[in-house]
Design a protein around this ligand. Structure first.
Ligand code: NAD
Length: 342
């Protein structure tokens, strides 16, 4: 599969890197609208740059070679990953459709931009052979993975209530906030995440409540999940620990906060300190009969990168669900010890 990445920001650059390390797909290039440091760094990695015709001169002045415009990039690719800002993907959809190329959109687009929304664990099969697929947002991906893990582990879910402390901005977004506040985000309940989870998990009883907090590193979810039965705590720990893309972190090992999980990823030598997995605080896993409580971190910048790779494989019918998840994880270096694939 020859892959084009349109929109090379927080998500696009991670998807480009994730695609580049897979052996069954190739990055054709990235479409950039400005010749900024992101473009310079992409060129330094050897990624071909594509830009609007009226921006070619500014790229040339910045010492950047342009391989073509958006039409050129799309025509050289078998599939497009659109990682442009919220709403721009929907505007671009017509261009991809006209070129007859399938496209993967991101969670900032409305669900109706695509034939199906996507989370690899939850509904890989729904995207097989589809033309337009939308990878759900970071928070929705985190929730979908945790709920899918429970379902795949044979645990019935009566209802889920998830309380989300959203990071106020990504680390490089110096103009965003809050810097000294906790903001209902939105003040209405449910937040959009609950309905969004239903786009991949179907008719599940879920309500989400979200606030934005003055951090940039990760989101934190506090989950209350009512199960059909009352399992032993060990069963929940086993199910979560054996599910790909979910990692457990213990207080006794020194993991007391999200900052330490970020530090773990940096010490692991991960690119950009990315945490692709849902990071569960294992000590928080608590059962009160059928009531399950847990807390976990979601690295908003990183968590959807492996999902985009799997979405490409599903659309291109390159492999089945579990082979794709395993292949993606091995190539990226996602921790797989003791994990089940299928
Ligand atoms: P971003 O602003 O970091 O990156 C978007 C990039 O697209 C920028 O480099 C921008 O210059 C470029 N761009 C703008 N208009 C363009 C156009 N017409 N053609 C090509 N490029 C264009 O945004 P992001 O955070 O990477 O978000 C991208 C998508 O991913 C959104 O749908 C967002 O909701 C979703 N998402 C974001 C996060 C996150 O935490 N950042 C997490 C999950 C999903």
């Amino acid at each position: 599969m020859r892959v084009a990445v349109v929109g090379y920001g927080t998500i696009g650059k991670r998807v480009a890197d994730a695609v580049s390390v897979q052996d069954d797909m190739r990055l054709v290039g990235v479409f950039k609208t400005t010749p900024d440091y992101g473009a310079t760094l992409a060129a330094r990695k050897g990624y071909r740059l594509y830009a609007p015709d009226d921006k070619r001169e500014s790229f040339r002045k910045a010492g950047l070679e342009v391989s073509g415009n958006l039409t050129d990039l799309i025509s050289e690719a078998d599939i497009v990953v659109d990682a442009t800002p919220d709403g721009v993907g929907a505007e671009n959809k017509g261009i991809y459709a006209k070129a007859g190329k399938p496209a993967i959109f991101q969670g900032g687009e409305e669900a109706d931009v695509a034939e199906t929304s996507f989370n690899a664990l939850a509904n890989f099969e729904n995207a097989v052979g589809k033309k337009f697929v939308r990878v759900v947002s970071c928070n929705t991906t985190g929730i979908s993975r945790v709920l899918s893990a429970l379902k795949l582990g044979g645990l019935g879910i009566k209802k889920a209530r998830i309380f989300i402390a959203r990071r106020g901005a990504d680390p490089r977004e110096y103009k965003k906030g809050p810097i000294n506040d906790v903001v209902p985000n939105p003040a209405t309940i449910p937040s959009h995440h609950g309905p969004d989870v239903k786009t991949v998990l179907g008719d599940i009883d879920i309500i989400t409540v979200a606030v934005a907090v003055p951090v940039t590193i990760m989101h934190m979810h506090m989950a209350y999940i009512e199960l059909d039965d009352a399992p032993r705590r060990e069963k929940i720990v086993d199910v979560l620990a054996s599910t790909p893309r979910i990692l457990l972190f213990d207080v006794k090992a020194g993991y007391n906060s999200l900052a330490q999980i970020v530090e773990w990823a940096r010490d692991m030598g991960r690119p950009r300190g990315d945490v692709w997995e849902v990071a569960v605080f294992s000590d928080s896993i608590t059962l009160n009969g059928r009531e399950l409580y847990l807390m976990y971190g979601v690295h908003q910048e990183a968590i959807v990168a492996p999902e985009n790779v799997d979405a490409i494989r599903a659309v291109g019918k390159l492999s089945d669900k579990w082979s794709s998840i395993e292949k993606t994880d091995k190539a990226l270096g996602i921790v797989t010890h003791g994990k089940r694939y299928g």
